[in-house]
Design a protein around this ligand. Sequence first.
Ligand SMILES: NC(=O)c1ccc[n+]([C@@H]2O[C@H](COP(=O)([O-])OP(=O)(O)OC[C@H]3O[C@@H](n4cnc5c(N)ncnc54)[C@H](OP(=O)(O)O)[C@@H]3O)[C@@H](O)[C@H]2O)c1
Length: 243
Amino acid sequence: MLRSRDEGRGLAAVKELEGEGLSTKFHQLDILSGESIKKLADFLVETYGGLDILVNNAAINLEASTAPLSEKAEATLKSNYTATLNVCKSFFPLLRSHARVVHLSSVSSLNALSKCSSALQSSLKNCKTLTELDELMAKFEKDVKSGVHQANGWPNCAYGVSKIGVTVMTPIQQMELDADETRSDLVVNCCYPGYVVTDMTCHKGEIMIDEGAETPLYLALLPPNSTQPRGEYVSEKKVVKWR
Ligand SMILES: NC(=O)c1ccc[n+]([C@@H]2O[C@H](COP(=O)([O-])OP(=O)(O)OC[C@H]3O[C@@H](n4cnc5c(N)ncnc54)[C@H](OP(=O)(O)O)[C@@H]3O)[C@@H](O)[C@H]2O)c1
């Protein structure tokens, strides 16, 4: 199922895919809206009874904007971290046994992590709960607003930090899914798709969209009872250790 914030753009994309012989359905979704997330979740339950694959692709990158970092940090964390988590909170209960979840993270997360102070790196790498991670992400936003983020060991990059949130949330969510006794073989991974020619990269990049889709697709289609990768960061279909 394809989704977009704007119904006209979404339906146009469905038509374009149909022209290539690919059949898909459209549903509106704005991950910043709890109501919109709920509508799609209700639709999935009513129509399909659950969910087998969830790809969290939606994100923004405001690094090129001249807005103050405090504004960029607030907006970027809201979309890339908090809203993605909100989607998971609503959609994870719908996952059926053997479901696969893929978060689009970025190599920017690992770059940003390497620029954090060693104390922060340690806190982020050893985060065991989403509550701890929420607190660290909120601290970045607060430190940026107070102008002390660099003094407190954070890098100067809202997008990178938002994607640290995505990378760190992945193994925590895998632990939570592993503890679920009602369903089995639920797998969540995050990935770097490569430097892809898209709107986000102003149509610069090293690979085209179909190549950028290879790693997310590989993770979305991991066969039943795969032992690896689970809760990992994956690039070019290979696990990259980051902690
Ligand atoms: N391109 C790269 O080189 C690269 C590298 C590393 C990671 N990534 C990650 O890969 C993913 C896709 O990136 P991209 O390059 O394709 O970016 P893009 O061209 O800017 O597309 C971003 C997508 O996110 C959606 N989106 C943004 N805010 C949303 C919201 N509030 N609700 C619902 N959808 C929302 C947009 O949906 P609409 O259709 O509604 O506009 C759009 O489809 C992102 O997570 C990005 O961080 C990309």
